[in-house]
Ligand binder design. Structure first.
Ligand code: URA
Length: 221
């Protein structure tokens, strides 16, 4: 089959002019796992654009990982030291704790998708600023748009701010569900960040209760 590059360029240019910012080309044999491919392309775009800040002060980006067909996406704050080293989300102490609690309620980490609001480690593990969050949020929203989960779980208040744009006190609002502002069919559930639970062992009972609720919500959806 011959390819007319000029014709393709003209068509792409015309599409760009009418508002198509991104065009993904799926080859026939790749259609089986569209979501993995689209996520890979999104990761490449994140790396190429470098618009999500903090890249230089960390050792690069840490993208989400897990099952792209999962009905649930867990969202944390930002990578920590271990995550920065290994380039994987939630692999440090908080991540291991999260894995063990997921397992306890019958949710396997490999069967869910885990990501962060900010994709690079903030210096000294400080919480990301509003501007830093804003620079990375378009990529998180696109990740969610590709996965189309039934449920987004905000792990802590940074994730809540990023996903809902609200600053409710998490101790009061954990265990509650909200609509996702960008897609009516997706629910947002709030719970503690696992690092908070590790620092406040009295909250563990509520955290496990929330994970059980998550299981119920995704099996009902
Ligand atoms: N804390 C987060 O919020 N994200 C990680 O990936 C690790 C720790």
């Amino acid at each position: 089959m011959s390819i007319d590059i000029d014709k393709i360029s003209a068509t792409l240019e015309a599409l760009r002019e009418i508002g198509f910012g991104e065009i993904y080309v799926l080859r026939q044999e790749e259609k089986k796992d569209d979501k993995s491919l689209l996520l890979k392309q999104l990761y490449e775009r994140l790396e190429r654009e470098r618009k999500c800040v903090l890249y230089e002060s960390a050792s690069g980006y840490v993208f989400g990982e897990g099952d792209p067909n999962s009905p649930v996406v867990f969202v944390g704050e930002a990578p920590g030291e271990e995550e920065d080293k290994l380039k994987r989300p939630f692999v440090g102490r908080a991540g291991q704790y999260l894995n063990s609690k997921l397992e306890e309620v019958g949710l396997k980490r490999e069967r869910v998708y885990i990501t962060n609001v900010v994709k690079s480690r903030p210096p000294g593990n400080r919480p990301p600023t509003k501007e830093e969050m804003a620079s990375c949020l378009p990529y998180l929203r696109k990740e969610i748009e590709i996965i189309k989960p039934k449920l987004i779980v905000c792990l802590g208040s940074t994730a809540m701010k990023g996903i809902l744009g609200k600053e409710y006190p998490i101790t009061k609002y954990r265990g509650r569900t909200f609509p996702y502002p960008y897609e009516n069919s997706i629910k947002v559930f709030l719970t503690y960040h696992p690092a908070y639970v590790l620092r406040n062992p009295l909250s563990e009972r509520e955290f496990v209760e929330d994970l059980k609720t998550i299981l119920t919500l995704i099996s009902e959806a």
